[in-house]
Design a protein around this ligand. Structure first.
Ligand code: 5GP
Length: 189
């Protein structure tokens, strides 16, 4: 019997660079796989069905909730986001480490049911840098940006509920910090 893999849950406010950190981790750690979430938000140019997300309409997503298909789901910015359970369980049972990049509500929900997971919050070096990154991103309209700034403020207030906080000041350093945590070599906060 193979050892079960670890569930690695990464969150942090929109604009903090957690997507970049996760992509880098997936390139550098061969025993790490990404859990692909389902969402009702509209695809962006860089999105690919089945790779970045499974794109669903609200009705399809609500049917998945009713069937109990999700490990967790949350409403973020008026859209549903959820982690399908089955692929996560299968990969953990095969001994792989599974990476979830999800929002704070979802992460804290998973933490309640699965405390043996590793919960990592990616924080900005300072909040002003984060807010200016969010405003400058150019992929969203002003209302959407304002909602993300509000969501970021709320998310930052929950960082102490995580096992680890990694500050994304220098990208490669943040990636190395997360790798050390995954290997079990860092102190919990
Ligand atoms: P985005 O629309 O920028 O891709 O993602 C918005 C937020 O939703 C991010 O904070 C992202 O981490 C989070 N998110 C992505 N997938 C999931 C999921 O399956 N569950 C939850 N709870 N949040 C998710």
């Amino acid at each position: 019997m193979k050892n079960k893999g670890k569930l690695i849950v990464i969150s942090g406010p929109s604009g903090v660079g957690k997507g970049t950190i996760c992509r880098q981790l997936l390139e550098e750690c061969e025993d790490l796989v990404l859990s692909v979430s389902a969402t009702t938000r509209a695809p962006r140019v860089e999105d690919k069905e089945g790779v970045t997300y499974y794109f669903k309409n609200r009705e399809e997503f609500e049917q998945m909730i009713a069937r109990g298909d999700f490990l967790e789901w949350a409403i973020y910015n008026n859209n549903y986001y959820g982690t399908p359970c089955l692929p996560v369980e299968e990969k953990l049972n095969q001994g792989m480490n599974v990476l979830l990049e999800i929002d704070v509500q979802g992460a804290l929900h998973v933490k309640k049911n699965f405390p043996e997971g590793v919960y990592i919050f990616i924080a900005p070096p300072d909040t002003e840098t984060l807010y200016s990154r969010l405003r400058g991103r150019g992929t969203e309209n002003p209302e959407e940006i304002a909602r993300r700034v509000d969501a970021a403020t709320l998310e930052l207030s929950k960082q102490n509920e995580y096992d680890y906080i990694v500050i994304n000041d220098v990208l490669q350093q943040a990636v190395e910090d997360v790798k050390e945590i995954i290997k079990g070599r860092s102190e919990r906060i």
